[in-house]
Design a protein around this ligand. Sequence first.
Ligand SMILES: *Cc1c(COP(=O)(O)O)cnc(C)c1O
Length: 369
Amino acid sequence: MSSYAVPYSALATETALVKAELMQAVGNVLDSGRYILGPEVAAFEREFADYCQVKFSAGIANGTCALHLVLRGIGLEEGDEVITAPNSFIASASSISLAGAKPVFVDIGSDGNMDPQKLEATITKRTRAIIPVHLTGRPAKMKDILNIAQRRDLFVLEDAAQAVGASLHGKRVGSWGHAACFSLHPLKNLHAFGDGGMVTSQDPELLAKLVKSRNHGLANREQCDFWSFNCRLDEVQAAMLRVQLRHLDAWTAARRSLALRYNDLLRPYVEVPDEGPGEHCVFQTYVIKSSKRDDLKRYLNEHGVEALIHYATPIHLQPAAKDLGYSAADFPNTMEHVGKIMSLPLYPTLTHAQQDRVVELISSFCQKH
Ligand SMILES: *Cc1c(COP(=O)(O)O)cnc(C)c1O
């Protein structure tokens, strides 16, 4: 158990609510004797594709492998460039590097996502693809990004790891780009009990290739078409994910209702994450901004509220990115953003009393400072 009165997450509490269904699903897999690429993965792929309003999806071992395999599949060459946002989780960029290309970053807009107005100037002769990230569960500006990508003939891969169920103008994330990647990590809104990932696409050829590349490059038991990895989603995880998917809309509604309640209650004290026009956000993280962030975070932590920062160091300033040659001055909006952001506890089982405690502390801090 967490020592915080309001912990950042409450996975065991949420799992307890559906444990009987999960145990049943696991039991069925154990009894079936099919543990790898069986009927549960196939059924989850159909259900997940429907959920994301796309034709196809493929189960992958985790979100990072999903990004990596799609990027490998488009045949990047040394010196090719792929553009993404610098304030994401590191996998948005490491997957580019691991696929043999160079990560290139573009600054973010006031929504915390890739700024399409800065995108065009970042494109060079070597640019091959763009990875917009729907960070925190807020859809990136896909219409503008796709307009630019179409004009410049670039592949668009959505990093929808944090955004399952989010939509823009009524169209779900995962259905906008040439392909999209999702993470099913325990801290994501739809999660496995361990690692998991998905790729969605409308393109049957892309999906057919991915189904091989997640499984050693095998076309069938006998024939290997190209060298590849073992990046499969497990049957037992897929069976549990099918249970989770049936509850996802209710969980998302609970998250949204708590997030909008936070917005109303916290608006006098800090900058709150209001939705933009046409956006339907799923609040995988609930992120406020404050110019006194570090003191406020310490105050909350000392008073029993577990607040975190996602992410304190942007990717372009990581030691791993040293060779790319970026400096803090390159992306002023990103730097301003990461200096102010703080993630508050938000999950379907968070009570109003817990939420009121968070609000009360933020209010008392702001009255003192
Ligand atoms: C979680 C996450 C990933 C990586 O997913 P894993 O399943 O943990 O490998 C990639 N991108 C973003 C934006 C993420 O939040």
